[in-house]
Design a binder for this molecule. Structure first.
Ligand code: NAP
Ligand code: ZN
Ligand code: ZN
Length: 346
């Protein structure tokens, strides 16, 4: 077994603290990665606080992982020692169901194996990227370009692919008016990627102070949702909305901003189930949809796209002992725009 140092939540809602554990030896199809950076996703907070139910403790969160390959198994063909690699939200799936065969492993019929807070095929808990080493099957590992700053690349493994996938699925781009709700980790990537694909992007935020940043990130318009005049002006005008809000809110408030046949894609996963007024959908044939991260092939496509166009996340690099404070700040919407842990601080 490989000894690993990390940070774990011992129980729900208890602060994370140093934690030692072991990973499996590198198997024939595995690679071992020395983790350099790991992003902090709001899903880490939901799961550490057991807001979705079923959390497994102790929990080592983290699914926005980049690092250097230090060892490869004898049958590994895609990676070499010394290369940079990434790991996202899952590390395995059944590999046989229609979703897996279609490269949509995130929708695996049997259920993907989460990078953390999951159980592997032997029924052992998985531990994530708030740690210094990880061992992953090469088929669930991503190639990372060395041309971009690695700390800014780490969040692409979740925030990047989660926003890229619906943009591609709904073919959002030139000629579309795209609303991005919530300017946090996912939201700021939706702005960058949406603008890069040619959409006219409007940020819909509860934080008036984020207006200048929204423009710098590539947004064309900014709506402070507490200002009724600004909200009225955007009503019935958007083709698509990407909704990244992590907390309970009114879907109807945003649905009214869609034009005829407009679609709101939910990415945020508030713990509480909200109500939706049927009239808000019926009257303009609007659609309410959802999307979950992305498959391995699409994640690689997104990483290659970002490398080509120089797109990374705007990050605040932190030491690992700051992670509990980072969670508190994210809960207040105070993140610009992704915390990334420098694993050298471990
Ligand atoms: P984040 O960085 O904390 O950003 C969330 C943003 O939502 C905040 O910055 C804030 O933006 C807004 N917000 C927060 N509370 C709000 C409230 N009560 N009312 C209105 N707006 C509020 O979080 P994230 O990492 O981007 O994750 C966002 C959500 O997506 C989480 O629920 C996460 O679990 C989920 N997620 C889903 C997937 C998927 O596959 N679908 C993948 C990753 C994450 P403003 O200050 O601009 O209002
Ligand atoms: Zn995530
Ligand atoms: Zn499957």
């Amino acid at each position: 077994m490989i000894p690993v140092k990390g940070y774990a939540a011992p129980k729900a809602k208890i602060p994370l603290a140093p934690f030692k554990f072991e990973r499996r030896e590198v198997g024939p199809h595995d690679i071992q990665i020395e983790i350099l950076y790991c992003g902090v996703c709001h899903s880490d907070i939901h799961q550490v606080r057991d807001e979705w139910g079923g959390s497994i403790f102790p929990m080592v969160p983290g699914h926005e992982i980049v690092g250097k390959i230090t060892k490869v198994g004898e049958h590994v063909t895609k990676f070499k020692v010394g290369e940079t690699a990434g790991v996202g939200c899952f590390v395995d799936s059944c590999r046989q169901c229609p979703s897996c065969l279609a490269g949509l492993e995130q929708y695996c019929d049997v259920g993907m194996t989460g990078t953390y807070n999951g159980l592997d095929k032997e029924g052992k808990p998985t531990y994530g990227g708030y740690s210094n080493q990880i061992v992953v099957d090469e088929n669930y590992t991503l190639r990372i370009s060395d041309n971009l700053p690695l700390a800014g690349v780490a969040p692409l493994l979740c925030a990047g692919i989660t926003t890229y996938s619906p943009l591609r699925e709904w073919k959002i781009g030139n000629g579309h008016k795209l609303g991005v709700v919530g300017l946090g980790g996912l939201g700021h990537m939706a702005v960058k990627l949406g603008a890069s694909l040619g959409a006219e992007v409007t940020v819909l935020s509860t934080s008036a102070s984020k207006k200048a940043d929204a423009k710098k990130l590539g947004a064309h318009n900014f709506v402070h949702v507490s200002d009724p005049e600004q909200v009225k002006a955007v009503a019935g005008s958007l083709d698509f909305i990407i909704n990244t809000i992590s907390a309970q809110h009114e879907y109807d408030f945003y649905l009214q901003m869609l034009k005829l046949d407009g679609t709101m894609v939910l990415l945020g996963v508030p713990p509480e189930a909200p109500q939706v007024a049927a009239f808000n959908l019926i009257m303009k044939r609007r659609r309410l949809a959802g999307s979950l991260i992305g498959g391995i092939a699409e994640t690689q496509e997104m990483l290659d796209y970002c490398a080509e166009y120089g797109i990374t996340s705007d990050v605040e690099i932190i030491n690992i002992d700051y992670v509990n404070e980072a969670y508190e700040r994210m809960l207040k919407g105070d993140v610009r725009y992704r915390f990334v842990i420098d694993m050298a601080s471990l």
